[in-house]
Design a protein around this ligand. Structure first.
Ligand code: FAD
Length: 353
């Protein structure tokens, strides 16, 4: 008999009056799981507000009357519409004292924990964002739940949800089944999920609790992002330890010619050639491009473990025995300095095809 998942909760990060693209993907994943397991899909949104009445406990009876819920829905009408269209059955707003961005445990964690204590979800899905690990690990600890970072999500033989991910450098897979309705699981999703289409008729709830952000943490500065977020890029040109300060501009040019973004391995970032914000790997960012061009990177598990299995890999390496050439769909044995200029010439408008 399939294990009953009564409630799936998705944390929605909003950008103005719209969910972020990663939140739409998380909603899509939540919709698919909720539909196959017969669960209700809740979307929780932390909004900057004054906080609720501090004397009120976090209990079901504290839900304010319909008028307050309707007011919350009207204030955030565009967001409600988008989240409903993305697949949510119910949308839960939680007021937070202070700003909700960037989404970190210090800003939205208490609101998310309050929503979980109230709704008791079996599965909590966090969108693929910079703060999802920070939120997910702490939320799981608070709830006594399991935490799984960027798993593959499948259906098991009994209809149960099965989460699996590579461990120990990619040589093993750890599997976790959602077969205990009393044991919640918090999941930080990998980028590259499909959004879904909902009914546009989500019910709006307002959870009237006092969710204070951690006063010890304040936003001091934000680094200007160079290029678009890697998690969303469909084409990435990545440089590794074989790239030099002189050849890096060739990769930047190739990425622009392909309409993509540049990435880098740790070896290149540590030498200061590529910015740290561009590092791809299990200790950095995960990516899910369609096309992944790798120049001068050997193909370590720590790097490739963060590249989606669906990516088409084109590798350029001067060493014919480099492991990356075994993983690549297309491999070129040669020096970056020779191969990339020829690729650029071939990509120029008017070049013979
Ligand atoms: C806990 C932990 C976490 C880690 N996390 C990450 C992570 O998140 N991301 C990450 O990248 N690494 C990470 N690492 C490091 C990782 O293990 C590797 O050391 C790193 O990925 C190697 O980078 P590379 O392949 O670019 O360099 P190398 O292994 O040095 O490979 C360089 C390649 O370039 C080729 N080459 C050299 N010159 C040229 C040229 N002129 N033209 C063509 N080819 C050339 C060489 O033949 C070689 O194949 C982590 C390590 C640990 C221990």
């Amino acid at each position: 008999m399939p294990i009953q998942v009564a409630c799936v909760l998705v944390h929605i990060e909003a950008d103005g009056d719209q969910p972020t693209p990663a939140s739409r993907e998380a909603l899509g994943e939540g919709r698919r799981i909720a539909s196959t397991s017969g669960a209700t899909l809740y979307a929780m949104i932390a909004v900057a507000g004054s906080g609720g009445d501090p004397r009120r406990p976090t209990r079901a009876e504290t839900l304010p009357p319909y008028a307050a819920q309707a007011a919350a829905g009207a204030t955030h009408a565009a967001l409600v519409e988008a989240v409903g269209a993305g697949g949510a059955d119910k949308i839960v707003f939680v007021n937070v004292d202070g700003d909700t961005r960037p989404a970190l445990w210090a800003t939205v964690g208490p609101a998310l924990a309050a929503a979980c204590q109230h709704l008791r979800p079996v599965l909590v899905l966090l969108p693929a964002s910079a703060g999802s690990d920070d939120i997910g690990a702490r939320l799981a600890a608070r709830l006594g739940a399991a935490y799984v970072h960027q798993p593959v999500i499948e259906q098991g033989p009994r209809g149960e949800v099965v989460l699996s991910r590579p461990v120990y450098g990619g040589g093993w897979r750890r599997r976790l089944s959602l077969d205990d309705p009393d044991r919640a699981v918090v999941v930080a999703l990998a980028p590259g999920r499909r959004p879904a289409r909902g009914s546009d008729e989500a019910e709006v709830l307002l959870l009237d609790v006092r969710a204070e952000r951690d006063p010890r943490v304040s936003l001091v500065d934000a680094t200007a992002a160079e290029g678009a977020p890697l998690a969303r890029a469909r084409v990435i040109v990545t440089g590794g330890g074989g790239v030099t300060a002189a050849s890096w501009p060739l990769l930047v040019e190739l990425a622009a010619a392909l309409g993509g973004e540049v990435g880098a391995t740790r070896a290149l970032c540590q030498r200061g050639v590529a910015p740290a914000a561009r590092e791809i790997g299990v200790g950095a960012q995960r990516v899910a491009p369609h096309l992944y061009v790798v120049c001068g990177a050997s193909g370590s598990a720590a790097h490739l473990g963060a590249v989606s299995a669906e990516a088409e890999i084109v590798a350029i390496d001067r060493d014919a025995d480099a492991p990356i050439l075994k993983r690549a769909s297309y491999g070129v044995v040669g020096r970056i300095e020779d191969v990339v200029p020829r690729m650029l010439a071939a990509l120029r408008p008017g070049a013979p095809s």
